[in-house]
Design a protein around this ligand. Sequence first.
Ligand SMILES: [Zn+2]
Length: 271
Amino acid sequence: MPELPEVETVTRQLAPLVSGRAVRAVRFLDPKLGARPPRGIIGRVVRAVRRRGKYVVFDLEPAAPRDARRVLLVHLRMSGRLLWRDGARAPNDPRHIRATVRFDTGSLDFIDPRRFGTFRLAAAEEVAALCGVEPLDPGFTADALGALLAGARQAVKPWLLRQDKVAGIGNIYACEILHAARIAPTRAAGSLTRAEVRALHAATRATLAAAIDCCGTTFSDFQDARGTAGAYGACLRVYGRDGAPCPSCGRPVVRGSFHGRGTYYCPGCQR
Ligand SMILES: [Zn+2]
């Protein structure tokens, strides 16, 4: 499932391709998205493309001065992709295209074999309330993380997956972040010491930033807006590496099932 780094990668690639371009046509090929594309999107110019949590947000300029500010909101969920096609080039594989947005310079396909993704027009005001704090924003400090964690009885691994607390982290990066912070996934979120909160904060930012630099992970068939796989898979330290030596201490990485999700950790480093 695409997480913050993968969505950030797609967002950065799409921004120069569609910013300043007017939407010429929208086609829905999956009735699950709706009977027809939402009215009021045709002719609007994409002002910016940005990420919020795991959402791709297309800011659309009002068509008339009194129009409400709207956004096209896309969540890739399990298997969604946003793939760009230059000009009038036909899609390589049209089977799983659920929607297409056409611009003068090319087309954006929403491809989603498992059909859990969402693709909808929304009010611009909805974006702020979609999820919790952005972990790469300057306002996300160790103190801010500590305030969110305070009193939480939930284990820290499922806590990190909560989009209403810290946005954008999924199963892969939660495992990687906890390993980098040397914190066991089963620890109660509210039980971390000040030093551990600082370590968790630093590991969150460093892990996500490194993954963005590598354009996301190769796991779960992620592809970017040009159809290229990410390179971070080679950098994963514990995720998917059960039985392999921990890069820090050499003990075998363990895979546990925890809250129904595969959880990879090092029993030597993570306390
Ligand atoms: Zn270790």
